[in-house]
Each structure stands twice: as structure tokens, then as C-alpha cells.
Design a protein around this ligand. Structure first.
Ligand SMILES: Cc1ncc(COP(=O)(O)O)c(C=O)c1O
Length: 391
């Protein structure tokens, strides 16, 4: 029997991860975010909050998500590979885990409106879904380019009753959607900002990391049940870093497990990339100190990746810390490598992943070739949204 529950050790973080993290915010937001941090700390100590969260994860989201032994892929690669199937969750990705947690907080805080940003549209769909479930109006900010390249998810959000606001700012992608959502939040302090990744000012990385840690908690129990031992290595795609921290958090203390993050590598050269930890520098960006892709003057630049959900110049402060301390390794995976893995997994296993998740699959194929290792790859989402695109 696999227990569905978040990892309590994620509650120990107080907003800093070594030299990274913190809350670099305008004074108008200070009180609001402090209230949110205190509220989160209090609620997560209450049995009734945890019970409601876990009950919805089980009966609405469909957790635990399966850990599937991908035999054909394993044979192809020459290592034993299990896929953690976050694509099977309600709404089709890991994003719903965090949305259920944050919407319960919003409801308890008496929020009148939910706002969210989205890149691939998966977080927008999950936020719109959770808002519909709890009867709170929802606005989703999305870069105009992403509105076009993830059209299916835009239609889903509208069907769920959310208002989708396309932003024409900057590069018209996820970074600009975050700016637009933050701007709206500052002007409308009674709204609840449901942030979708492991980024932004404290307490967002702490909250998102906690809600997503169910992934790693389950995967650890599942691999021990199936194999009687821990994996040699684990893999996840890294946009802002939430599905990756979800999986990694279950294994951070297990030094024998090597941890690998796949970043959106774009065409493989700087600056046509979203591989923040591979090419970025420590900088303050969108409320937190972490790595960021910057120009010669230290200003954030627009990232480039085929995967809207990875197309972000910032990154979680905890991943920055894990990189610096060598606990995890991060690699750029090119658009082309991801497309090949996307097609290969569809044919070998009958699983069409999100193009974001295909980055993790591609990295696993590359690093595990002929190694005879036991590995887990996080399939963060399903690929329907990407099928209509020419790849
Ligand atoms: C399916 C999927 N995987 C991965 C990501 C990357 O986000 P994160 O790094 O927060 O998991 C996204 C973001 O939209 C996504 O939709």
C-alpha cells in the first residue's frame, strides 16, 4: 500500500537555500507574503488541512501515480528504467498537486480571486480546474507566443471558466506572464497568486516544494516495493524546477542515488537556450536569488526552448543550491534531442509525453546507455498539447 503524503522535511526550509532564495519584493508585497508564509506554516500543522489535501490528491487527482517499468525502453537503452507517471494525474501533469495545495490555502484565507501565470498551459489548466472545483474566479496570464503554441490548453482553460489574459510584453513567454501576474497581484492585493513553479519569493518555493514532494515520497516507496532497493539514478526535466524538486526531494539524503536535471537546451548554443543552471549566473530575478540567464550587463535575457514550460530564464533557488553543492547535476538537452525522445517513447511504450518531460527521457537515454543501472524518470505531463505542432 503506497502512502500518499508530502515530505515533512520540506517544511524545515525558511526561504533560503545556502546563498539562494529569499524574498526580493516591493514593500507593498512584504506584509502579504509574510501573512501567506505564516498562514502556510500554521495550516500545514493542522491535521484537517493535510487530510483534505491528501483526500483530494487521492480521489480527485488520482494519486498515487503509477511507477511503470518501461521494458521496451529499458531494453533499448540497456538499463532498467521506471517511469513516474505524473501524466496520468487529472489534468495531465504534476502541476495539479501544487494547485490543490495552494487553492486550499486560498479558500481558507477567504481569497476572492485566483491569479496564475502559465507557460505550457499545464499550470493554467490545473489552476483553472482547482478554481472551478472550489468555486473561485480565476485569471491566467500567458505570453502571447505561448497562447499560440499551446492553443489546446488555452481552450481548456476557457472551458473551465478561467479568463486567459495574453501578454504582449517582452518575449511574450513565461517570464513575461510572471511579470504580468506579479503586476496584477501588486495592484489587487485581495487576489491569491497561485504560482506554478519552484520559483519566486519566499514562501513560494517552500510551498510548491512541499506540495510537489508527494511525487518523491511515492516513487521511493514504489521502487522499494518493486525492486527492494533504491534506484542508482533519477531524472526530471527542469523549467522552474517543481516536478524535479518533487521527485528529487524523496532521495536527497540517499547519497547513493545520483540526481540529474534536464534543462531546455534550445539549439545547444548560448544565448539560444533555456538552460539556466548550465549557462546562467547567480542573480536576483522575479523575487528570488538564484541562477538566471543574463546578458553582459547582468540583465535577464529571454530564454529559448521548444518547450514552453521550460522556456524560462530563472530557476528554483534550491536547484541552484543542489548544483553548487554537487548533489545534483544539470544538463542542457537540445530541442532536437527532446523531439527524438518524444517520438521514440510514443513508439516504444505507447506513451506520448509532454515535450517538457521528453527532455528528461532524452537525458536518461543518453546517460544510461549500456550502463545497466536502475533508474526513475519523471514523466511530468502528457503530450496531447504538443501533438498538433509540426515536430
Ligand atoms: C508537463 C510539464 N513538465 C515540466 C514543466 C516545467 O515546470 P517545472 O520545472 O516547474 O516542473 C512544465 C511547465 O509548464 C510542464 O507543463
Amino acid at each position: 500500500m503506497i502512502e500518499v503524503k508530502p515530505n515533512p522535511s520540506m517544511l524545515a526550509h525558511q526561504g533560503s537555500y545556502g546563498e539562494y532564495g529569499g524574498a526580493y519584493i516591493p514593500p507593498v508585497l512584504e506584509k502579504q507574503l509574510q501573512q501567506l508564509a505564516d498562514f502556510f506554516d500554521n495550516e500545514t500543522q493542522k491535521a484537517e488541512f493535510s487530510e483534505e489535501f491528501i483526500q483530494l490528491l487521492k480521489n480527485y487527482v488520482g494519486r498515487p501515480s503509477a511507477l511503470f517499468h518501461a521494458k521496451n525502453l529499458s531494453e533499448y537503452v540497456g538499463s532498467k528504467i521506471y517511469l513516474k507517471r505524473e501524466d496520468l494525474n487529472h489534468t495531465g501533469s504534476h502541476k495539479i498537486n501544487n494547485c490543490i495545495g495552494q487553492i486550499l490555502l486560498a479558500k481558507r484565507m477567504g481569497a476572492k480571486e485566483i491569479i496564475a501565470e502559465t507557460g505550457a498551459g499545464q499550470h493554467g489548466v490545473a489552476a483553472a480546474t482547482a478554481s472551478a472545483l472550489l468555486g473561485i474566479p480565476c485569471k491566467v496570464f500567458m505570453g502571447a507566443i505561448d497562447v499560440e503554441r499551446q492553443a489546446l490548453n488555452v481552450r481548456r482553460m476557457r472551458l473551465l471558466g478561467a479568463e486567459v489574459i495574453a501578454t504582449e510584453l517582452g518575449s511574450k513567454t513565461l517570464k513575461d506572464a510572471v511579470d504580468a501576474a506579479l503586476g496584477y497581484y501588486i495592484e489587487n492585493p485581495t487576489s491569491f497568486y497561485l504560482l506554478g513553479s519552484h520559483v519566486g519569493p519566499h514562501p513560494y518555493p517552500k510551498m510548491v516544494g512541499y506540495f510537489q514532494s508527494v511525487i518523491g515520497q511515492e516513487a521511493r516507496q514504489q521502487i522499494l516495493a518493486f525492486e527492494g532497493r533504491l534506484p542508482d539514478s533519477i531524472f526530471a526535466s527542469v523549467g522552474g524546477g517543481s516536478n524535479a524538486i518533487g521527485l528529487f526531494s524523496g532521495f536527497l539524503e540517499d547519497k547513493e542515488v545520483s540526481i540529474h536535471g534536464a534543462e531546455g537546451g534550445g539549439d545547444g548554443t548560448y544565448p539560444n537556450t533555456a538552460a539556466t543552471l548550465s549557462f546562467g549566473k547567480p542573480t536576483v530575478f522575479q523575487g528570488t536569488r538564484s541562477y538566471c540567464l543574463v546578458d553582459d550587463n547582468g540583465e535577464p535575457i529571454a530564454s529559448k526552448s521548444i518547450a514552453a514550460g521550460l522556456d524560462y530564464p530563472g530557476i528554483s533557488p534550491q536547484h541552484a543550491y543542489l548544483k553548487d553543492t554537487n548533489r545534483a547535476q544539470y544538463y542542457p538537452v537540445t530541442d532536437q534531442e527532446a523531439i527524438e525522445a518524444y517520438k521514440l517513447l510514443s513508439r516504444l511504450e505507447g506513451i506520448t509525453t509532454a515535450i517538457e518531460s521528453a527532455h528528461a527521457v532524452a537525458l536518461a537515454i543518453k546517460l544510461l546507455k549500456g550502463k545497466n543501472e536502475l533508474a526513475i524518470v519523471n514523466v511530468s505531463g502528457r503530450g496531447d498539447k504538443d501533438v498538433e505542432r509540426e515536430m
